[in-house]
Design a binder for this molecule. Structure first.
Ligand code: GDP
Ligand code: MN
Length: 377
């Protein structure tokens, strides 16, 4: 889950990172009022959950309140990548002398948090990594000890920051690390962290990605979720506790367990088909969850066939079968479906499915072959 720039920066500020004064506006009039309060010179910034807003024309400098209103009217409603701009952040403009990149993230290969910095700030960090990897400085952080000042000093001096900034750089880096840790972030990024003309560090941009597996213990952040970020199907899946990712193929799959879902997708591909989605209905397959999952799968108009692959462990085959039959009673569809059911109470389940005239298969191979054939027909 990603937060908007203004949300990220406010959280950074709560942890001691300096940010410009600013407010969010949804109309040009609001932008004018905010700019007036900030003293005129402002930057008007689209709040959408994607990077590269500057290049797309979604960040504009304004010399006065009138220009701020004008900039807001140009940016609001603008389309940036797949997002429509509904809000702008009006920030006091900063005089930029230099732009730095600073981020905290998890280095999975080392299983440690890592600070990453570069003097090539303001640019796309992927581009810096590809073209001038030597400009990226990394230090790992021991989560039991936290970020030490010698680590910040090493990073600051390696970037060529003037020594009078080192102490402030440590404050910013510590604040960013503290924010990163306290919200269970997978990424906390400032790009650019600027050095102003009077030598002060200031976070003019902010990005914060929260680990979805930790959102349950971050209730305040969960409320900040921008539902425009998700497709309707993804939103529906999240509300029903399903893991769903839409793909480009035409065979919808409903599977219990992430590993089994991956294997099912592989076998579909092996038989020349393309999965339309990844869907893990999880442990308890009730009529409600099966029905919600099936509606989500069928909401994708590319779906030409559906393959159920259910392994009954704790979940019982007869319950799943009743779930499928119950769900189909609520849904009007002529998309062909194949069910493969194995494990606890599978035989009972198969009887229920056959009685309801559902097509069943004994093995995954057979089920995949039939689903691929049905999608082609
Ligand atoms: P992004 O393109 O989505 O990453 O948006 P940013 O917030 O990073 O803004 C893009 C660029 O706009 C920055 O790299 C800066 O060069 C510039 N910018 C942002 N805020 C200010 C500001 O207050 N003053 C000035 N002069 N430039 C700014
Ligand atoms: Mn940026």
């Amino acid at each position: 889950m990603n937060l908007h720039e203004y949300q990220a920066k406010r959280i950074f500020a709560q942890h001691g990172v300096p940010i410009p004064r600013g407010e969010v506006a949804t109309t040009p009039e609001e932008a004018r009022t905010i700019a007036k309060e900030l003293g005129g010179r402002v930057v008007v910034k689209s709040q959408v959950l994607t990077g590269g807003r500057g290049k797309a024309g979604g960040v504009k400098l304004a010399e006065n309140a009138e220009q701020a209103a004008q900039a807001a009217s140009e940016i609001l409603g603008m389309q940036i990548k797949s997002f429509t701009v509904r809000k702008v952040l009006v920030d006091e403009a900063a005089d930029i002398r230099d732009e730095i990149y600073l981020a905290m993230l998890i280095d999975r290969s080392q299983r440690l948090p890592m600070m990453m910095a570069s003097a090539a700030g303001g640019m796309d960090i992927e581009q810096v990594a590809a073209e001038t990897p030597e400009k990226i400085i990394r230090v790992h952080i021991d989560p039991m000890i936290g970020l030490r000042s010698y680590q910040s000093t090493y990073v600051a001096s390696s970037m060529g920051l003037p020594s009078f900034s080192w102490r402030q750089f440590h404050q910013v880096a510590s604040g960013l690390y503290s924010a990163f840790q306290s919200v269970d972030a997978s990424l906390a990024e400032i790009n650019p962290l600027i050095i102003s003309s009077d030598g002060q560090l200031l976070a003019v941009d902010g990005k914060l990605s929260i680990d979805d597996n930790a959102v349950f213990r971050q209730p305040e952040l969960a409320e900040m979720r921008d539902v425009d970020e998700e497709t309707p199907a993804e939103r529906e899946a999240r509300h029903n506790g399903l893991s769903y990712i839409q793909l480009d193929g035409d065979i919808g799959c409903m599977v219990n367990g992430a590993g089994l879902a991956m294997a099912t997708m592989d076998v579909i591909k092996l038989y020349g088909g393309e999965p339309a989605n990844f869907l893990d209905i999880g442990g308890g397959a009730t009529t409600e969850s099966v029905s919600a999952a099936l509606k989500i799968i069928l909401s994708d108009s590319n779906v030409k066939a559906v393959l159920f692959n259910i392994f009954g462990g704790i979940v019982r085959g007869d319950e799943v079968a009743n779930g499928i039959v119950g769900a189909l009673a609520q849904i009007d569809t002529d998309v062909p479906m194949v069910v493969r059911l194995l494990g606890t109470n599978a035989e009972k389940g198969m009887e229920i499915l056959s009685a309801a005239n559902m097509e069943t298969a004994m093995t995954l191979t057979e089920a995949a072959e039939r689903a691929v054939a049905a999608a082609r027909a």
